[in-house]
Design a protein around this ligand. Structure first.
Ligand code: MN
Length: 231
């Protein structure tokens, strides 16, 4: 039997650069955690005691590689920044126990869950899905991936974002409602996780709008600092 070919050339596999090597991390899926910081849940009008965190997805090809601009998207007049710790899986599985969940992590990066807040508000009101608000082109700017061997498993430390030098978001990883092992265990009961999956682990309070020309600087203690310009 001859090997099958494609009827057209497939799109390239999305990747992230990895600190300390020229080899790339091939991205499979992007999962995101919603309302994982109580103060952000409250600023969005929700009660963190009544509404636990939940998951949604972005398309893997929405990643913006480090050093590239974030192009202001179409069909929105209220695009918000959300700085997040990205958890990158090096090993997949189903029904992963909390106790061994961290063994599945390859490394960590800083990322931005860019959001068309006006479209999200309309979707919430109408009970519609969030893809147009969350999974649009270039909606996931990210930094370099740092392997666990370099940064360990950050569970506490500042997570912040500045716009044009002004502090907008400021929190601590220890404020996460679901910790990284719980996110992985919980996701693995809903989906079959694979090596190459990314988890955007939620954002602290202070989300807000950006405009063309803004410079966003996102930081997670012990991981990285990223700079992304709105173009
Ligand atoms: Mn988010």
């Amino acid at each position: 039997m001859t090997q099958s070919t494609y009827v057209f050339t497939p799109e390239p596999i999305p990747t992230m650069p990895v600190a300390g090597t020229d080899a790339l991390f091939p991205v499979h899926r992007i999962y995101c955690v919603g309302r994982n910081f109580a103060d952000h849940a409250i600023e969005m009008g929700h009660d963190p005691n009544k509404e636990p965190p939940f998951f949604f997805q972005k398309n893997p090809d929405t990643l913006v590689p480090p050093g590239s601009d974030f192009p202001y998207p179409s069909e929105s007049r209220d695009v918000h920044h959300e700085v997040e710790l990205i958890v990158a899986l090096g090993k997949g599985g189903i029904d992963i126990p909390v106790e061994s969940a961290l063994d599945h992590v390859f490394g960590y990066a800083v990322g931005l869950d860019m959001t068309r807040r006006d479209l999200q508000a309309e979707a919430k009101k109408a009970g519609r899905p969030w893809e147009t608000a969350k999974a649009f082109e270039a909606s996931a700017p990210c930094g370099i991936l740092h392997p666990v061997s370099e940064v360990g498993h950050p569970a506490a430390g500042a997570i912040w974002l500045e716009v044009n030098g002004e502090l907008r978001q400021n929190g601590d990883l220890n404020q996460m409602l679901w910790k990284v092992p719980e996110m992985i265990a919980s996701l693995s009961r809903l989906f079959e996780l694979k090596a190459g999956d990314l988890i955007f682990s939620g954002t602290p309070a202070g989300v807000g709008a950006v405009v063309t020309g803004d410079e966003m600087v996102g930081h997670v203690d012990g991981v990285d600092t990223i700079t992304v310009r709105v173009a």
